[in-house]
Design a protein around this ligand. Structure first.
Ligand code: IVH
Length: 671
């Protein structure tokens, strides 16, 4: 290994600065200046140089965000100044009480008082310590006095700088703020988890908090977290006299600051701000639950002082819950993919938290009985995040006596077949095998991502195809001709061809995708993978008894019964046969599990391979019983190192994980 010359050292420093700058543009300002590809080039060059000269790697290098091994437990951190919580105001009058007390205790007049106002972020409070500009310690708020050391996790959050911008840096600064997850990222994360069969997060706050309090920083690094700074703790080497200046100072150091922090003179400006942010609330990309009002001058803050857990100089003015009253005009019953009948309240439209709501789920008949919901009732409806609105309760005093009780039908409202509720279950289901509602929902599932993945075949199109009797089951999609597709509304030549191509291109699914696509009740994407790996072919899976099935780890009696029933329903068997005839390949894995040479072995792939695409390499490993992981840890058995490997190679060397060249890997898989 050669010694780095001055030019190289300079280049490394220059790359770090440029990468930090572009990180800042992208993650803090949301305003990138270069393309992802250009960014990757800079990043790759730095990785390459650091690989050649590992002695030059510094902890604050942008390549060093991820890579730490999982922890056994978090260490505790005592905050040098307690992290207080906030008193709450839930109505204007309570805010005015706060204001009156502030004037009284400070001796200031209405004209003299200034407040900084900011959104109240709904996430997890953290403290970041920067020593001479370098991020050295990050902790959760905990009980306000002692929190947990989550430094390694916070390092993976892109808007958190590893090194502060500007100079000179303060000797020490404690930055306080909130780690949050944007609404859209939360939705995407939950969708992914649904597919893999993992438990869903209830809301973005839980997702953010759960991700920060993860013992494995690698997992945190895969979570799309965001952070806003809203204050300081201890500061050494910089004089700050008011909150507003400290926010501007933090901004200059490269921390992410909300666009909506403002300085107000007098209560009217605060009231107007509250109203403005309340109206904006649903358009913001992240969740907020109110505004925070802080006395601006530190000297005035000091005079007002603190109670045991919260300061007298700040208050959180919370937004009302996203609930409204309205009336139920009707209760209808919708039919899902599995035939489940769900009662839905049709409401007199009402705006809840800025969104018009005209229907709300009533879940099932037991819920209706428990809440005693009747047609004509005045009810409280609620929206939480982006979930389906629901009826919270009936306002009994609103009853006139004209309300009508609702009973669940014992026939499917769509196809008229008997709807049965098995003993012990809350859900009534349509038993019709040709129920159009079920067919439509099943088709939508069949074509979706993770299943057969047919691009461009939306719900509306499928609905039309079923209504026009162009298709009746999943297999009919593969028998479609151009003239069939042309019968759809607003269909053009090009679109029809694209659709047919998307259908044709989906004929060779993986076994996992195919099993998942069938929509077997209780079998999500994750379990489909378990079944595929264990049983190796659809035919073999279809032959298993419930007893055989429950022998598989993760398959319980309920899932086993669903699978068994699916393969013993003549209609499903007909569809499977038709799919084969339509040209869909039913993959069969080669190796039997017991003979699998890579059983129990975990591989990580890094860099480009010449003889395999990433997917082929993955398949080669999985077909032999091995597992592919995206990150290197002590549990990794082999790292396959291709051209221009990433930091995973470094980690492998550091942890002593065996590295395989492409040639060695080829030999192992017998190519
Ligand atoms: S200031 C003494 N500002 O609210 C001041 N807190 O109930 C303490 N929060 O634990 C915090 N947005 O998690 C402050 N703009 C904001 C905030 C904020 C959200 C949270 C924070 C804190 C809790 C206090």
């Amino acid at each position: 290994m050669s010694r780095p010359d001055k030019k190289l050292i300079h280049r490394i420093e220059e790359l770090r600065e440029r990468i930090n700058h572009h990180n800042y543009r992208y993650y803090v300002l949301d305003s990138p200046e270069i393309s992802d590809a250009e960014y990757d080039r800079l990043f790759d060059e730095l990785v390459e140089l650091e690989k050649r000269y590992p002695g030059l790697i510094t902890p604050d290098s942008p390549t060093q965000r991820v890579g730490a091994a999982p922890l056994e437990e978090f260490k505790t951190v005592r905050h040098s100044l307690p992290m207080l919580s906030l008193n709450k105001a839930t109505a204007e009058a309570e805010f005015l009480d706060f204001h009156r007390r502030v004037l009284e205790l400070s001796g200031l007049s209405e004209k003299e008082i200034r407040y900084t106002v900011e959104p109240k972020f709904d996430g997890l409070a953290v403290e970041l310590v920067f020593e001479r500009g370098i991020f050295s310690l990050g902790s959760t708020r905990g009980d306000g006095v002692v929190g947990e050391d989550v430094t390694l996790n916070l390092r993976t959050i892109r808007p958190i700088p590893l090194r502060l911008m500007g100079s000179p840096n303060p000797d020490l600064i404690e930055v306080r703020g909130e780690v949050i997850m944007n609404k859209e990222d939360f939705e995407t994360l939950n969708k992914k988890r649904e597919k893999t069969g993992e438990a869903l997060f209830a809301n973005p706050r839980n997702a953010a908090a759960g991700s920060v309090r993860q013992l494995d920083p690698k997992i945190t690094s895969t979570r799309p977290l965001n952070m806003f700074a809203y204050g300081t703790g201890r500061v050494e080497g910089k004089e700050l006299t008011n909150h507003w200046d400290s926010i501007l100072y933090l901004k200059g150091l490269g921390l992410k600051i909300s666009h909506y922090i403002e300085l107000c003179e007098g209560v009217d400006q605060v009231k107007a701000y509250y109203q403005r942010i309340l109206e904006l609330r649903n358009d913001l990309p992240y969740e907020i639950d109110g505004i925070v009002i802080k006395v601006n001058e530190f000297s005035v803050q000091a005079k007002l002082g603190e109670l045991s857990r919260s300061p007298r100089w700040a208050v959180a003015w919370k937004f009302p819950a996203q609930q409204e009253n309205t009336t139920i005009r009707d209760i209808i019953v919708s039919v899902g993919r599995t035939g489940a009948l769900t009662p839905v309240a049709m409401l007199k439209p009402v705006r809840v938290g800025g969104v018009e709501v005209s229907r709300a789920s009533l879940h099932n008949e037991d819920e209706i009985r428990k809440k005693d919901v009747r047609i004509g009732d005045t009810v409280v409806v609620q929206r939480a995040g982006d979930v389906i609105p629901e009826v919270v309760k009936v306002i009994a005093s609103g009853r006139t006596g004209k309300e009508r009780k609702f009973t669940m039908p014992d026939r499917c409202p769509v196809c008229g077949s008997k709807a049965e509720r098995p003993p012990g279950e809350a859900i009534r289901r349509c038993t019709g095998i040709a129920c159009p509602a079920q067919i439509k929902e099943n088709l939508a599932h069949f074509v979706s991502k993770g299943a057969m993945d047919m691009d461009g075949l939306g719900h509306k199109l499928l609905e039309q195809m079923v209504d026009k009797r162009i298709i009746q089951d999943q297999a009919d999609l593969y028998l479609l001709k151009k003239e069939d597709v042309m019968r759809m509304d607003r269909m053009g030549d090009k679109l029809a061809e694209n659709l047919l191509r998307a259908i044709q291109n989906s004929r060779n699914p993986s076994l996992t995708n195919l099993i998942y696509a069938l929509g077997i009740r209780n079998v999500g994407y994750h379990l489909a993978g378990v079944l595929a790996r264990h049983f190796k072919s659809m035919d073999n899976l279809g032959r298993q008894t419930t007893e055989d099935l429950t022998r598989v780890h993760e398959i319980g009696p309920i899932v086993a019964e669903s699978i068994y029933n699916f393969f013993h329903n003549p209609k499903n068997l007909r569809v499977l046969e038709k799919l084969k005839k339509g040209g869909v390949t039913f993959p069969v894995a080669r190796a039997e599990p017991r003979e699998a040479p890579f059983a129990g072995k975990t591989f990580v792939l890094t860099g480009g391979l010449d003889s395999f695409t990433r997917d082929e390499a993955r398949k080669a490993i999985e077909d032999r019983g091995g597992r592919v992981s995206s990150s290197v840890s002590k549990m990794t058995d082999f790292v396959v190192v291709g051209r221009d490997p990433g930091s995973k190679y470094e980690t492998a060397l550091r942890l002593g994980v065996k590295a395989l060249s492409e040639e060695e890997f080829k030999k192992m898989v017998g190519r």
